[in-house]
Design a protein around this ligand. Structure first.
Ligand code: HEC
Ligand code: HEC
Ligand code: HEC
Ligand code: HEC
Length: 429
């Protein structure tokens, strides 16, 4: 090899390294972003520390402490008892803590405070309850795996400092700021549905980060693991069928003291209801409506005030809808009013069914087979009613399905009353 050949090879080598580097930069570059990534150490759960590097997001996150009523009269972030609007709640949840204390949800910064204060929590409550309240979940799961759910809740709460309510680390990888899910129950349930959350698209993650908490779940008996009952589908009927198979030995949340029925409690199926609705199916993410883009000093950022989009309709819906905020507000209000009417009636019918079954069971020669049938029907009716009542949007996330589910609840309640009448041999209702 002569001298010029050697320098040619050296030059080629340099060029190869240079262009290789350029290609790698282009190929792996993230979507254009105005955000400079600061490497926050893993295990940092204090939002104020994250806020030093991401002040716009942090300032909007802090606004989650504001409290307001929703302009439509449903939802909102005031801590009001839900039973004021729907007194049937007190009958339908008799014998379990939701009849004593069932308040409207409010901002993420209050999650730890509210779980400490709620009358639904007692010394026997399991650590599993902490799952959706704090980023310290990551630490507890790293230390004990699913074992954390068996540790008494009060013991885990003592390990969460005052900054420990839901925040940045629940949804972001501290080093890359990529979106992430830390609730293992969500990851496992999606895995059973054939979805690998670690490979999800950015747009899917913009809903998954919310779905990890805004979803229906139950605690598996003995292990106390948190499980999402999605194996048969995301609708009320699918989950009812799933629970009918007594998954992991799970039979009931509680027994209703009047009808002596093994009952189920639905927990906020927001993700499920959205996923089967118009927006969910069109790929419109939770963050599209609940975290609209804002602008400040020429910088674009996602609002981290996660509240009713009605407080900011133009930003929340205006990117896709050109009808104007008055039309949009009217659409939401109409959907919610219709849903509330059917739901309220359904809830009252369920309450009557509990009463009818109680009366039937007091009849000496009651037909036990009909009585058992009536109990099965009131269990089902209440599950369908609660599926809409416990969902947080009063029907908006999926208007026609919510109406359908509430209407079916009424019908099952009517059948339960008829069955109770047959069991008693007289018309009780
Ligand atoms: C198309 C826009 C849109 C999408 C997408 C959407 N929401 Fe909503 N959401 C709304 C509207 C509108 C309301 C009703 C607000 C009200 O009543 O003030 C609402 C209400 C809520 C509430 C109750 C708020 C309150 O004031 O109590 C929660 C919680 C919620 N949504 C969570 C979610 C989650 C989680 C997802 C994704 C799985 C999602 N939303 C997807 C528009 C949307
Ligand atoms: C409940 C989930 C959630 C929490 C909690 C959360 N974020 Fe985000 N964050 C998101 C989502 C969703 C996006 C949009 C990401 C995208 O579109 O790729 C985002 C985007 C961002 C971005 C990228 C720029 C932008 O504004 O779109 C930064 C930076 C950020 N968040 C910082 C924070 C900080 C700091 C905190 C805590 C104070 C925080 N986030 C808490 C869900 C969350
Ligand atoms: C770690 C669990 C968790 C995650 C992640 C989470 N939430 Fe929540 N969210 C909650 C809890 C718990 C509450 C109720 C807090 C309370 O009432 O003290 C709540 C309340 C809300 C409310 C009611 C606030 C109000 O002003 O009425 C909205 C809206 C909401 N979340 C939307 C979202 C959206 C959108 C996402 C994803 C971007 C999300 N949440 C992610 C657990 C979570
Ligand atoms: C990212 C885009 C996007 C955003 C943001 C969005 N929508 Fe939509 N919306 C759609 C699409 C897509 C449809 C399906 C029908 C269509 O193609 O027009 C739809 C349909 C609707 C419908 C008729 C169907 C139904 O479910 O009742 C209403 C009403 C509606 N949107 C209201 C809202 C409101 C209110 C907001 C803000 C809180 C909002 N949308 C935010 C894209 C969006």
């Amino acid at each position: 090899m002569n001298k010029s050949q050697k320098s040619m090879i050296a030059l080629l080598g340099v060029l190869l390294v240079f262009f290789g580097f350029v290609i790698i930069r282009i190929g792996f570059a993230k979507p254009a972003s105005t955000v400079k990534i600061a490497k926050i150490p893993a295990g940092e759960y204090d939002p104020a520390v994250w806020g030093k590097f991401y002040p716009l997001e942090y300032e909007s996150y802090k606004k989650n402490a504001t409290m307001a009523l929703s302009p439509t009269g449903y939802g909102g972030s005031m801590k009001v008892q839900k039973s004021e609007q729907m007194p049937e709640i007190n009958t339908n949840f008799k014998g379990m803590p939701f009849s004593v204390d069932y308040t409207e949800d409010r901002g993420h910064v209050y999650a730890m405070e509210d779980i400490k204060e709620t009358k639904r929590i007692g010394p026997k409550s399991p650590g599993a309850c902490i799952t959706c309240k704090t980023p310290y979940l990551e630490k507890f799961y790293q230390e004990s795996g699913w074992g954390y759910t068996k540790i008494p809740l009060t013991q885990l709460m003592d390990q969460v400092p005052s900054h420990g309510s839901i925040s940045c680390a629940n949804c972001h990888d501290p080093e890359t700021m990529d979106l992430r899910v830390i609730n293992p129950a969500f990851i496992e349930a999606m895995d059973r549905k054939g979805v690998d959350v670690s490979k999800a698209s950015r747009q899917d993650m913009r809903s998954y980060v919310c779905g990890q908490c805004h979803a229906e779940y139950f605690f598996e008996p003995n292990t106390v693991r948190v499980v999402f009952p999605w194996d048969k589908g995301m609708k009320a009927g699918d989950m009812y069928a799933y629970y009918a198979e007594k998954p992991g030995g799970f039979v009931q949340d509680w027994q209703h003291p009047d009808s002596k029925t093994a009952m189920l409690k639905t927990q906020h199926p927001d993700f499920e209801t959205w996923s089967t609705g118009t927006h969910g199916k069109a790929g419109v993410a939770c963050a599209d409506c609940h975290m609209p883009y804002m602008r400040q000093d020429g910088q674009k950022y996602s609002s981290h005030l996660m509240t009713s989009p009605l407080t900011n309709l133009d930003a929340a819906c205006g990117t896709c809808h050109t009808q104007g905020s008055a039309w949009l507000m009217d659409q939401v209000k109409t959907t919610q009013d219709y849903t509330f009417e059917v739901l309220h009636t359904a809830g009252q019918n369920v309450a009557h069914a509990h009463e009818a079954i109680k009366k039937a069971s007091e009849v000496p020669a009651v037909n036990q087979i009909e009585l058992a049938n009536a109990r099965e029907l009131v269990r089902k009716a209440q599950w369908y009613w609660d599926f809409v009542a416990a969902e947080n949007s009063m029907g908006f996330h999926n208007p026609d399905q919510s109406l359908n589910t509430a209407a079916q609840a009424s019908e099952f309640a009517r059948q339960a009353i008829e069955s109770a009448n047959r069991a008693a041999g007289i018309n009780l209702f």
